[in-house]
Design a protein around this ligand. Structure first.
Ligand SMILES: Nc1ncnc2c1ncn2[C@@H]1O[C@H](COP(=O)(O)OP(=O)(O)OP(=O)(O)O)[C@@H](O)[C@H]1O
Ligand SMILES: [Mg+2]
Length: 386
């Protein structure tokens, strides 16, 4: 029985309806994405990433014009661009894209570039970012994605500038459901399953309707197959999001992703980053602060992001805290599987917050007050590998 047995599944749930055909039937090598790719039937996945020349991408980004610069991560710089194409019928169209260029000093190298291209070519789901194409010319390595106009969840959740509208409760739940749907696809539809390994607010990208898409598959791994329970790897990921069992043993399982998803839920609930180096030492680690409240139902409300101003349905709020705590169990076997999480989150989504007349009650929780951090400019968790 699932962990959320009390929540009934929604009839004809969106996730079930989206289930595409299975990708691979058998894979003998549990860690090789390349092998898995060889076994993918040609008619599944998006399978149509275009191979661009470096010149194509120079033109697309206005010669990597600073005005098109979007941001920078561990892989390199990201630029907005426009790709113009003419099809066989002579009809041309233009697509707005994000072009990620592997930096020469990048710790994430060619191997991750290859994993990203291969995985995103064979996977296709509304909650995974689409790969439009890539460029591997000489020592240039670039990835071309669909452009996500609202950027990352991180930029909407933490250190929101004064005057910018914080995410409301219903939008947070919508994002949680979409991210869970994407993870459900990776864990259940991809065959062998894919362990995402890099779940974090910075890797959740948003479209103009706040639909979330998972990005950055360079660290993803083909999960265990047959009787195996785990894949052994170097520990990689992002500090704070990494499951403790994986960090200690290097044994990667689907439950490693579930832990990271629990962290993401806690961030959605509190509006605070899992690790904020800009705060005084005792306040930096969100989980240390949150654990006592998560263990006591009467203290759940203290976890609420003050920016919500109390505008959330209390029952659904409590249920979200419960799901987050279950995902954050130290022992992986006690964490729920993604199917149960999807059911639970859909149940929460079925109880949206409806604002009453007048202003919502203001909820101040000094322990989780994020205002000082905003002023100081919070810092993101560090990437690490060992
Ligand atoms: N497809 C996209 N559409 C719009 N913005 C994007 C897209 N991909 C990345 N970005 C933005 O580019 C910036 C850098 O992203 P990138 O994924 O390289 O780094 P990151 O996720 O912030 O860090 P990390 O390297 O640790 O994953 C971020 O601000 C991100 O929101
Ligand atoms: Mg990223």
């Amino acid at each position: 029985m699932g962990c959320f047995g009390c929540f009934g599944p929604r009839a004809g749930g969106a996730s079930a309806a989206r289930k595409p055909s299975r990708l691979v039937n058998h894979c003998t090598d549990d860690s090789s994405v390349v092998d898995a790719r060889r076994k993918v039937a040609p008619d599944v996945g998006n399978g149509c990433a275009h191979s661009f020349t470096f010149k194509d991408l120079l033109v697309a980004t206005g010669y990597f014009n600073q005005a098109n610069f979007i941001g920078q991560g561990g892989f390199g710089k990201v630029y907005k661009g426009k790709i113009s194409r003419t099809n066989a019928q002579g009809v041309s169209d233009t697509q707005v894209v994000a072009v990620k260029q592997l930096g020469r000093e990048s710790l994430q190298g060619s191997a991750e570039f290859l994993v990203e291209v291969l995985l995103l070519t064979m996977l296709s789901h509304p909650n995974l970012v689409s790969l439009v194409g890539f460029c591997a010319q000489g020592d240039e390595r670039l990835l071309v994605y669909e452009y996500m106009p609202f950027g990352s969840l991180e930029s909407h959740l933490f250190d929101v500038p004064v005057g910018k509208q914080p995410l409301d409760w219903n939008t947070r739940v919508k994002i949680a459901v979409g991210v869970a749907d994407g993870l459900w696809y990776l864990h259940n539809v991809a065959d062998p399953p894919i362990i995402y390994r890099d779940m974090k607010a910075a890797n959740v990208l948003l479209d103009e309707d706040f639909n979330p898409k998972l990005s950055d598959f360079g660290l993803a791994k083909v999960g265990p197959v047959g009787d195996r329970t785990h894949v052994s790897t170097r520990v990689m990921g992002t500090f704070g999001y990494c499951a403790p069992d994986y960090a200690v043993t290097g044994k990667l399982t689907l439950k490693s992703d579930i832990y990271s998803f629990g962290v993401l839920l806690l961030e959605l609930i509190t509006g605070r980053s899992i690790y904020d180096a800009s705060r005084p030492k005792p306040e930096r680690d969100l989980l240390t602060l949150a654990r006592p409240c998560m263990l006591n139902k009467r203290k759940y409300h203290r976890l609420a992001d003050p920016a919500l101003q109390g505008a959330y349905p209390p029952l659904a709020f409590n249920q979200l805290v419960v799901i987050s705590s279950m995902c954050l169990q130290e022992q992986p076997q006690f964490r729920p599987i993604i199917n149960d999480i999807v059911v639970g989150l859909n149940h929460i989504a079925s109880q949206p917050y409806v604002s009453s007349m007048g202003s919502p009650a203001y909820c101040v929780s000094p322990q989780f007050d994020r205002t000082p951090s905003r002023r100081r400019g919070g810092r993101r968790p560090a990437q690490y590998s060992s």
